[in-house]
Design a protein around this ligand. Sequence first.
Ligand code: ZN
Length: 248
Amino acid sequence: MGIVKNLLISKGNDISYYDNEVYRNIKINTITEMINDISENSKKDFDINYDKVAYITIDDGPSKYTDEILDILDRNNVKATFFMINRNMNAYKDQVIRIQQEGHGVGFHSVSHDVKTLYKTPKSTFEEFSTCRDTFNEITGETSNLIRIPYGSKPYTPEESYKILVENGFLVWDWNLDTEDWKSTTDNIISNVLLNGRNKDDLVLLMHEKKQTVEALEHIIMVLKERGYQILPITEDKEAMNFWNQNL
Ligand SMILES: [Zn+2]
């Protein structure tokens, strides 16, 4: 009902939703047209509910897909957050600069991306993320303390490794909506978002730099906007949402 009411107002009609006579005369095809209109309107941040926030997070890049991802985000006026692997930052420096300059959230995703190597000692865990931060600083002159631990901060991360990260100011972010994009088709990614993203005010979407993800991205943005989410980048002033804090 809210949808119909908003559409009538947004179209600038004199029709009142409360006018039963008019409401009875709305035919199914008109409603279909209105729903199509919502997709158009969602591109203009239509009907945003500021209590609902979605963070689009993209791991494992930068990659050959980063420019296309950035173009999609830009034309939809949306900022995401990129958790980047050290060697990929070195391989795609122009994309690292673009991510930073275009106002996206920046975070780090380790050097090894390997559980055994990363957790050899707490110090090695800390050093992997420090190295990423140094690389980012060399490329852009900027810094960040946001991190996403490969495979998440539970169950693999030993307590000592988690502690050393937090005590040194790193902000550990996990997710509460796994799009399973790395092993899914484009259609399945979209339906994972549709099904698993219901009934949550804060969404942290886990995505990766994959071809099928690029193809699903614009549709996912439209779904989130239609559902009233404000799509924001992760910034350091927000309390980190992770499996240890249990605030996802
Ligand atoms: Zn990863």
